[in-house]
Design a protein around this ligand. Structure first.
Ligand code: ATP
Ligand code: MG
Ligand code: MG
Ligand code: MG
Length: 460
C-alpha cells in the first residue's frame, strides 16, 4: 500500500538494497532507507528519478540492548521510505504522510501527534494551518530527537509522527507524553527535511538542493494497524515467535524472562537469515562479527529456554517461508543460509556448555574474593577457546552485576597476535615450521600412490 501510494505521487518504487553498503566505508550495515541512497542526496550520482520510494531491510545493532525489552525495537526491521532529491519539500512530505496514515491506512487522526524541531516554525505552520492540527498537539523537541546530522555536510530538522496506543502501554509517570521513552506514544514515522549544510564549525547555510528523506518502520505500522502489543505480536513475526516457543516447549506471555528470550531469538534469527542471504559470513571482525555475535547470543538464549541441540536453521526456514515473497533472495539462497547456520551453531555447541560452566565457576570465584571485574585474560580465554564473543561474556556477567576488564582483554588479544607473528618470523613458509622439513633425511625418496590408493597404508 505504501509503495503504491507513493507511486501514485510520482515516485519510482525500487527493491530493497542489500544490507551490505556499496562503496561506503562509513557504515557496517544498512540501517535506514536513506543509507543506500546517499550518493543521490549528496549529488555524487544522478538518481533514476528525483522521487523514489522503497521498503528497505535494515539492521541496527545499536538497538541490541532494547530488543525483547521494548515493544518497538528489533535489530532487524523493514523501513518504508519516500525520498525527494531536490524535488518536493516540507509541505508535500507532511501532507502525504498524513494522507497515507489517515486516509489510506485509516488511522484515527485523534491518536496521531506530530513532533517538530524546536525552531522549525515552517513545519509548525504546515501541521497547524495546512493539516489543521491544534497547536497543543504539536510537540517541539530538541536536537537529539528532531535534528538529523552526521558531522559536516547536509543536515536538517525532522518531524516525527507518534501514535497514542493508550494508557495501558504507558509508564504511568506524570510527565508521560510524546517523546517519553515508554511504549505508549510510539514513534511510527520520521520525516527528515535536509535543508542545511553544516560547514563543520556549526554554521548552517541553506542548501540549494533540498531533500526529503523519510522512514517508517513497517513492523511498527503493523503494530498500530493490528492493534497488538509489540512488533513481536504482528502476524508474520508472531508466527516465527510461536515456532520458537514450540521448540522450547514453552508458552509466550507466562513469564517475563522467558518472553525476553523468545523475542530476542525471534529477532536475531531474522537478522542472521537476512545477513547471510546478503553474503555475510560469521567471522571475528566487521559485519561477520555482528552476525556471529547475534547468532551466538540467540544460541545462548536457546540454552536459557532449555532448547537442546541445534535449532537456528529450523527457525531460519520459517523466516524464509514468511519473507520470501518480498525478498526472493531468501529462497534463492535457502540451502546456503541453512548450511552456514548449521555449521556455525555446531561449532559453538561444542564449546558453549563448557564455556558457560567455566564462566559460572569464574563468577563464584569473583564472589568469594569480593571482586566485581573479570580479568582480561579469563575473558580472552573464553573467547579464544570457547568462542564467546566479548560482548556475550560481558552481557552474561552484567546480568549478575559483574564487569569485564576490556582493556585487559585487548592486551591479551594483542599479546596472542604478537606471539603468532613472532612464530611466523622463525619460520619462512606461510607460518610452517621449516625445521621439520629440514630435519628429514634427504636420501629418502617418495612415491605418489594417490591414483591407486585413497588411504596410505604403508610407509614408503
Ligand atoms: P526510536 O526513537 O523509537 O528508537 P528512532 O528515532 O531511533 O526510533 P529513526 O532513526 O527516526 O528511529 O528511524 C525511522 C523509523 O524507523 C522510526 O520512526 C521507526 O518507525 C523505525 N525504527 C527505528 N528503529 C527501529 C527498530 N530498532 N526496530 C523497528 N523499527 C525501528
Ligand atoms: Mg532509536
Ligand atoms: Mg526517536
Ligand atoms: Mg526518529
Amino acid at each position: 500500500m505504501f509503495l503504491e501510494f507513493f507511486e501514485s505521487k510520482g515516485h519510482l518504487a525500487m527493491k530493497s538494497f542489500s544490507l551490505v553498503p556499496h562503496n561506503d566505508n562509513s557504515l557496517l550495515l544498512i540501517n535506514s532507507g536513506m543509507a543506500p541512497l546517499k550518493p543521490y542526496f549528496t549529488g555524487q550520482e544522478i538518481p533514476p528519478r528525483n522521487r523514489m520510494t522503497t521498503c528497505q531491510k535494515c539492521i541496527r545493532t545499536g538497538d541490541i540492548e532494547n530488543v525483547g525489552k521494548t515493544a518497538r525495537h528489533g535489530t532487524f526491521f523493514e523501513m518504508l521510505g519516500n525520498f525527494s532529491f531536490g524535488d518536493y519539500f516540507k509541505t508535500e512530505a507532511i501532507q502525504w504522510s498524513w494522507e497515507f496514515l489517515t486516509e489510506v491506512v485509516g488511522l484515527e487522526a485523534d491518536r496521531l501527534y506530530p513532533s517538530i524541531y524546536l525552531e522549525d516554525d515552517e513545519a509548525f505552520e504546515i501541521w497547524n494551518k495546512v493539516i489543521g492540527i491544534a497547536p497543543e498537539r504539536i510537540f517541539r523537541l530538541g536536537k537529539e530527537d528532531n535534528f538529523w546530522e552526521h558531522g559536516a555536510g547536509p543536515c536538517g530538522p525532522c518531524s516525527e509522527i507518534y501514535y497514542d496506543r493508550g494508557e495501558k502501554y504507558g509508564c504511568g509517570e506524570a510527565g508521560c507524553t510524546v517523546g517519553c521513552e515508554c511504549d505508549r506514544y510510539m514513534e511510527v514515522w520520521n520525516n527528515v527535511f535536509t535543508q542545511f549544510e553544516n560547514d563543520g564549525h556549526g554554521n548552517y547555510v541553506e542548501l540549494k538542493q533540498k531533500n526529503i528523506d523519510t522512514g517508517m518502520g513497517l513492523e511498527r505500522l503493523a503494530v498500530v494497524v493490528q492493534e497488538v502489543d509489540s512488533i513481536f505480536d504482528i502476524d508474520t513475526v508472531k508466527a516465527l515467535l510461536n515456532r520458537v516457543a514450540e521448540l522450547a516447549h514453552t508458552e509466550y506471555k507466562k513469564d517475563i524472562n522467558v518472553d525476553v528470550s523468545l523475542r530476542l531469538i525471534t529477532d536475531h534469527v531474522r537478522s542472521c537469515t537476512f545477513m547471510i542471504s546478503d553474503g555475510i559470513m560469521p567471522s571475528n571482525e566487521g559485519r561477520g562479527y555482528v552476525l556471529r555475535r547475534l547468532l551466538r547470543r540467540a544460541a545462548r538464549h536457546g540454552r536459557l529456554l532449555g532448547i537442546e541441540g541445534k535449532f537456528l536453521a529450523d527457525l531460519s526456514q520459517t523466516v524464509i517461508e514468511l519473507s520470501k515473497d518480498g525478498y526472493p533472495e531468501l529462497e534463492e539462497k535457502n540451502a546456503m543460509i541453512l548450511k552456514v547456520l548449521v555449521q556455525e551453531e555446531d561449532k559453538f555447541n561444542k564449546t558453549i556448555d563448557q564455556g558457560l560452566a567455566i564462566l559460572s565457576d569464574l563468577e563464584d570465584d569473583m564472589r568469594s574474593r569480593n571482586e566485581t571485574v573479570l580479568t582480561g585474560n579469563e575473558a580472552f580465554k573464553l573467547y579464544d577457546t570457547y568462542g564467546f564473543p566479548l560482548d556475550l561474556t560481558l552481557e552474561i556477567l552484567e546480568e549478575k552485576n559483574f564487569g569485564v576488564d576490556k582493556e585487559g582483554f585487548k592486551a591479551a588479544m594483542q599479546k596472542q597476535r604478537e606471539t603468532a607473528r613472532n612464530a611466523r618470523k622463525t619460520s619462512n613458509y606461510m607460518g610452517a615450521d621449516v625445521t621439520v622439513y629440514q630435519s628429514i633425511d634427504p636420501t629418502l625418496s617418495t612415491e605418489f600412490v594417490g591414483y591407486q590408493n585413497l588411504i596410505c597404508t604403508s610407509a614408503i
